[in-house]
Design a binder for this molecule. Sequence first.
Ligand SMILES: C[S@@+](CC[C@H](N)C(=O)[O-])C[C@H]1O[C@@H](n2cnc3c(N)ncnc32)[C@H](O)[C@@H]1O
Length: 259
Amino acid sequence: MVSERVQSQVFGEVAADYDDVRPGYPVEIADRIVAYAGRRPQSIVEVGAGTGKGTEVLRTLDAPITCVEPDAAMAGVLRRRFADDELVAIEVSRFEDWTSPVTGVDLLASAQAWHWVGREVRTRLAAAALAPGGVIALFAHDFGFADDDTATAMQNVYLKYAPEIAHGVPANVHPDVFHPDELRISPLFTDFEKQDVIRVVPFPTPRYLRLLSTFSPHRMLPEDRRVRLHQAIADLIDGRGGVLHQQLTTGLVLARRAA
Ligand SMILES: C[S@@+](CC[C@H](N)C(=O)[O-])C[C@H]1O[C@@H](n2cnc3c(N)ncnc32)[C@H](O)[C@@H]1O
């Protein structure tokens, strides 16, 4: 029997490439979390840790981190990365199936993964996992373009070759990533804040195509259509000098468990 691929589970198919080409997170994310919380956390759970790109930043906080990651291939890269690190523990599990410590943790963080946790349960589960006054920190990149002309041209390529994933430029991220409104309005959380860190990262054409191949909307396209889309994107970038300047806006959403 051929099992149907599930969009939240396609990252492990390209775990090594994911780890190589996905941009990491600015280390100041950790500083901003501490500034918001008013102190360093003594315990952290990271949801959807993947290969450890968010973990690297959280690790600078020098507190024990439990990484909850359901994909065995992603967790394999993560395990190798932190093999000698006593502060990093790895649980191969969905967050929905993970049992949080009874005392709760000081910080629940998730990098580019919160949208994969069931929308109907995630806010409640986050509050239950946190100690009183604990902080939730969700961060993720918005993969934009450094100039408007490229953004418009790219959008036109998506509209022509893959309109179903052309949900706004750049059409590379799950539409749910930056909509944590449920946190802002939830009585379980307070002091909601959203901050951005912006930088520009150059991607030569081949590396950009490898990056796109790690995005789940691209991975879910039928192979022949993905090939045509990627060829059109390659032609576009090559026609503009062969390097795409990606504007990375790393959004950081912060909220505190209500008393
Ligand atoms: C886009 S990757 C982000 C990985 C890493 N945090 C990063 O920033 O590179 C999303 C991760 O969420 C994981 N994931 C999917 N469903 C999940 C769930 N229900 N609970 C926890 N993690 C989940 C996937 O296996 C994948 O590793």
